[in-house]
Design a protein around this ligand. Structure first.
Ligand code: ADP
Ligand code: MG
Length: 340
């Protein structure tokens, strides 16, 4: 009863500001919004026409005077105004008719600068937040997948998103060491585009490349290899063409971006204090983010590191779940949020 009453007046919000997808978690309700981090604007201006799903639908279907932008694409804020518009849209979409302004937790890429953090905080405040806390995405991700981050023991999370891969070792609710590299699902798509061009002289779009990755991509040999039909434009004849691709060749194409991720994991392990390294031998590594869904990524990482590897149960929602969990416990939130 009391909780219901409280809910009428205020709804605290957790936001995963992802490079590809943004999610909003409302306290006591769970994840209420999961939309692409895309903003459509009028070309040459900062007039925002649409945000999220609606903006993504406009992609490729608009006259030349509308452009769709992914303001977080590289894990840094490319355009403050556009990021602010996106954040405001997400907050206002879930926060209406409430009497008390919400407390907002925003999970941001660990690589962003002080100026960018300030911009995110100000944007959330402008959008109606009463208090704003920032938390690093790998921390939120680790909490979201249920790692015991409070304990004085090493926990390792690898979050492979669209634009970035965030790797962190966490102990006693703090990040002991982290790396953020600008390699993720987008890069996988790009290498597939390059492969199709090089091998078949076939031009394919980003959406087709992503579809190939999801339906046919892998990081480790499959028990049953896959194949699929791909449509594109033949670069020499200029005409539409259909051909069949095999999972083996796609895996070969993905080797390079995967090698960068493996190298960063190795460097992180090398920098890890010995006591925590010892913990990881038992606890292993958890992989989250959309990239965790690439077939066989767990086996590849396990083979390269010799450590046990687990895929998060819900890799796409881990960060948002993590923001939700810290909202329940203000003391915890204050410990894991960036110190100001
Ligand atoms: P971010 O946190 O950066 O917004 P997400 O964690 O939402 O990113 O992951 C988005 C990425 O995951 C995209 O590159 C998308 O193509 C990729 N992805 C989603 N599903 C799969 C899948 N089944 N296999 C491989 N990659 C996937
Ligand atoms: Mg993410």
């Amino acid at each position: 009863m009391l909780a219901q009453l409280k809910g009428l007046f205020s709804n605290d919000i957790g936001i995963d500001l992802g490079t590809a997808n943004s999610l909003v978690y409302v306290r006591d309700r769970g994840i209420v919004l999961h939309e692409p981090s895309v903003v459509a604007i009028q070309a040459g201006t900062t007039n925002v026409l649409a945000v999220g799903e609606e903006a993504k639908r406009m992609l490729g279907r608009t006259p030349g005077n509308i452009v769709a932008i992914r303001p977080m694409k590289d894990g840094v804020i490319a355009d403050f105004e556009i990021t602010e518009a996106m954040l405001r849209h997400f907050i206002q979409k879930v926060h209406n008719r409430k009497l008390i302004a919400p407390r907002v937790v925003v999970a941001v890429p660990s690589g962003i600068t002080e100026v960018e953090k300030r911009a995110v905080k100000d944007s959330a405040t402008h959008a109606g937040a009463r208090e704003v806390y920032l938390i690093e995405q790998p921390m939120a991700s680790a909490i979201g997948v249920g790692l015991p981050v409070h304990e004085p023991a090493g926990n390792m999370i690898v979050d492979i998103g669209g634009g970035t891969c965030e790797i962190a070792i966490i102990s006693l609710a703090g990040i002991v060491f982290s790396r953020s590299l600008r390699v993720g699902g987008d890069e996988f798509d790009e290498t597939i585009i390059a492969h199709m061009k090089r091998a078949y002289n076939l031009m394919i779009g980003e959406r087709t490349a992503e579809e190939i990755k999801i339906r046919c991509g892998s990081a480790y040999p499959l028990e049953q290899e896959l194949s699929m039909e791909v449509k594109g434009r033949d670069l020499s004849a200029g005409l539409p063409k259909t051909l069949t691709v095999r999972s083996e060749e796609i895996r070969e194409a993905l080797k390079e971006p995967l090698a960068s991720i493996l190298e960063s994991i190795r460097i992180t392990l090398e920098r890890c204090p010995p006591e925590l390294s010892a913990d990881l031998v038992d606890r292993g590594i958890v992989i989250a983010g959309g990239g965790a869904l690439l077939r066989g990524i767990d086996r590849l990482v396990a083979e390269e590191t010799g450590l046990p590897v687990h895929i998060a149960e819900n890799p796409l929602t881990a960060v948002a779940e993590g923001t939700g969990r810290v909202l329940q416990e203000l003391q915890f939130l204050k410990r894991v949020a960036y110190s100001r």
